[in-house]
Ligand binder design. Structure first.
Ligand SMILES: [Zn+2]
Length: 448
């Protein structure tokens, strides 16, 4: 990609004095997912300098256990993911009562009406209720908190929409500036959200992968702090907290929580997959809980991709160790990725958990979104509804077992993609405003 000549000389825009006073940068050890190389530094670190692979942050599990780790008790006003303390390796944001501090604590609801006759129990973890309407708030809250701790005033990200919305919202809450680079065909509602939160929105004539490459270059050539998934190691440190909450809530609802006992781990977790970062985060969450002795096992993790953007699923199902580039086209915009930036870790998450990958056609996704809404009252965005397509396919093949607890992760709100599909006119009626017409309509529809 041609950089187009001389770049303007941006410097880090430093934020105003924050409540930390003097910046105290945390020393962290990063471990390369591919080669295992360790890098200990207090500086910002993105990818492995040897092979360009993603890095994971090494947590001091022994120290965490020795310190008697316990999540803070859920009380009104204290539902957030920050209750998990040392398991999130960034400094908690300074103010205890703002939006940045409120991220997390979404409902886990029992969806009895989605059970099949196999005898399993279906649960919905509804992250569409996070502040900006998607699970990506968890990642953005962590990245923005890191920026605040470092007195960085601006953060950039590539996005198909939701990551940009989440960064814009969290940055607004934290008093930072967000720069969002997105494909020009990003959904209107997401564009309005990003602009509404006061972010600098840049639309590019290209794909998400083009936007991704641009922002990575901006981070290296212009010195901007970059939130990109599969690039910034902190994003999964936020996303993983959804797994903590699933186990914590399942324990309390199914078994009643007992001190000293393991938390209840579900049997199957179904996750929508685009670039692979979310499912990598979900997996890491369960690994963390096992590593500190809170969980006894890892559930089978099922990734569902749109058929029109299925680079990871194709590689996984064909046994190909290399993820080939995919020319993506799907109505499920949030999970559209030509070159999944976290694809290899996403394959590992499914393989080592004995899960599987599935795909969903655009038609199946639309049907699933409507069916999910009408059966449960949860209006999911199309990219999230792929999880329900996955559930139905698992039930058809009897892959789930009797008495399994199956979690379906709903990752984004349906209002974000209103207008993407045209509602068929037979789904509603248009009448003159009189009682006869209303009565005829309702009687004709066999309601009365
Ligand atoms: Zn490496």
């Amino acid at each position: 990609m041609d950089s187009g000549g001389q770049l303007c000389q941006l410097k880090y825009r430093l934020g105003a004095e924050n409540e930390f006073g003097v910046i105290d940068l945390a020393m962290r050890t990063y471990v390369c997912f591919k080669c295992g190389r360790k890098i200990a530094t207090e500086n910002i670190q993105y990818l492995c300098p040897e092979d360009g692979s993603v890095l994971e942050i090494e947590l001091d599990y022994v120290g965490i256990v020795r310190n008697g780790w316990e999540p803070e008790v859920i009380t009104p006003g204290n539902m957030s993911m920050w209750r998990f303390g040392e398991l999130i390796p960034v400094r908690r944001p300074p103010s205890a009562n703002d939006i940045l501090n409120s991220v997390g604590g979404t409902p886990l609801t029992y969806a009895r009406q989605l059970n099949s006759n196999i005898g399993e129990r279906v649960w919905i973890k509804n992250d569409s209720l996070l502040p900006t309407g998607s699970l990506k708030d968890r990642a953005s809250a962590v990245v923005v908190s890191e920026a605040i701790a470092r007195s960085i005033g601006a953060v950039i990200t590539a996005s198909t929409g939701n990551a940009g919305v989440a960064l814009a919202g969290m940055a607004a809450a934290g008093g930072l500036k967000a720069i969002v680079v997105a494909p020009r065909d990003a959904p209107v509602a997401k564009i309005e959200q990003i602009v509404g939160y006061g972010a600098e929105l840049v639309l590019v004539d290209g794909s998400y992968s083009d936007a991704y490459d641009l922002t990575v270059k901006a981070s290296t050539e212009m010195g901007l702090y970059c939130r990109n998934t599969g690039y910034n190691p902190l994003t999964i440190e936020g996303k993983k907290t959804v797994s903590y909450e699933i186990c914590e809530q399942l324990s309390s609802m199914v078994e009643g929580r007992k001190t000293g006992a393991y938390w209840k781990v579900p049997d199957v977790v179904i996750v929508p997959v685009g670039d692979g970062n979310m499912i990598s985060g979900v997996y890491k969450g369960f690994v963390d809980l096992m590593s500190i002795g809170v969980a006894s096992r890892i559930p089978k993790i099922v990734g569902v991709q749109a058929e029109g953007s299925a680079a990871i699923a194709h590689a996984y199902m064909s046994g190909n160790p290399v993820i080939d580039e995919f020319n993506s086209y799907t109505i499920a915009d949030s999970i559209s990725a030509d070159r999944p930036s976290d694809g290899y870790r996403a394959m590992h998450a499914v393989k080592s958990s004995r899960g599987q990958y599935l795909t969903a056609s655009d038609d199946e996704i639309v049907v699933a979104a409507n069916e999910l809404a009408s059966k449960t009252g949860i209006f999911a965005e199309l990219s999230a509804a792929v999880a329900y397509v996955g559930l139905k396919k698992l039930q058809d093949t009897e892959w789930v077992n009797a008495s399994d607890d199956v979690i379906m992760l709903i990752t984004g709100h349906g209002l974000k993609t209103v207008g993407t599909i045209k509602t068929p006119t037979e789904r509603y009626t248009n009448i003159k405003p009189n009682m006869k017409a209303l009565s005829d309509t309702l009687c004709g529809k066999d309601i009365i």
